[in-house]
Design a protein around this ligand. Sequence first.
Ligand code: NDP
Length: 247
Amino acid sequence: MNLQGKHAVVTGGARGIGKAVCLALAAAGADVVVNFSGSEQAANEVAEACRALGVRAVALRADVSNADEAQGLIDAAVKEFGSVDILVNNAGITRDGLLMRMSEDDFDAVLNTNLKGAFHCMKAACRPMMKQRSGRIINISSVVGVRGNAGQANYAASKAGLIGMSKSVAKELAGRGVTVNCIAPGFIETAMTDVLPDAVKEKILTEIPMAKLGQAEDVANAAVYFASNEAGYVTGQVLCVDGGMAM
Ligand code: NDP
């Protein structure tokens, strides 16, 4: 897949899946804005690694749960590169707990980052994309948004919400050459899953037909596909990258 001349914004691009997406897009030739909220040094290192692949790359701070900061991120990307062709809404957090013990703050924090963050960034990016009559929006959902998961009512709501929101926006933007798709990763080895107790990891493994956790690069490869010209007739889809877990 050749993404030369394309300009990408990846939210939460400093580490984990976002970092792998930045590097994969850069390897395919795209210029990359590496967004971060707290991990400045790591984001600068990812931008440096992208530049080493021969593309332009910058690290930009923005808390995507804040509408003004999300708008500022997209504006800064357009200023830097001239356009935004690819938006990957990857930023996400967890605040796990059983429903009966889940605080409203924990519910709101997860929805504000995972769902509203993608809303803010899509809203900011759709105008320039519609104007140029092309664009690729890729939202990182989760297998948990498809199947649910005990202890993650807030996270599952945010990730299921992303799927419904993506399909709706896909219908709104289809006529303007802008595609909107979701990737629903299963359990991928990152900081987010490192914190799970071994017993939980072992139980998860029993639910994965391929009997192994995925790698961030598995998700990044799917993102490159959705970003490519080759995926131009694909919109409103949810691709599970999960070793067969959601079957
Ligand atoms: P990590 O915890 O490793 O990384 C999360 C990223 O999100 C960080 O780069 C962080 O940036 C960023 N982030 C968090 N809050 C904000 C915010 N308000 N504004 C901007 N960036 C923010 O997670 P993963 O790499 O594992 O997950 C990436 C995405 O994939 C998430 O949406 C997650 O829900 C999803 N996912 C992950 C799975 C997994 O098994 N790992 C499975 C299914 C989905 P910073 O460090 O700068 O704060």
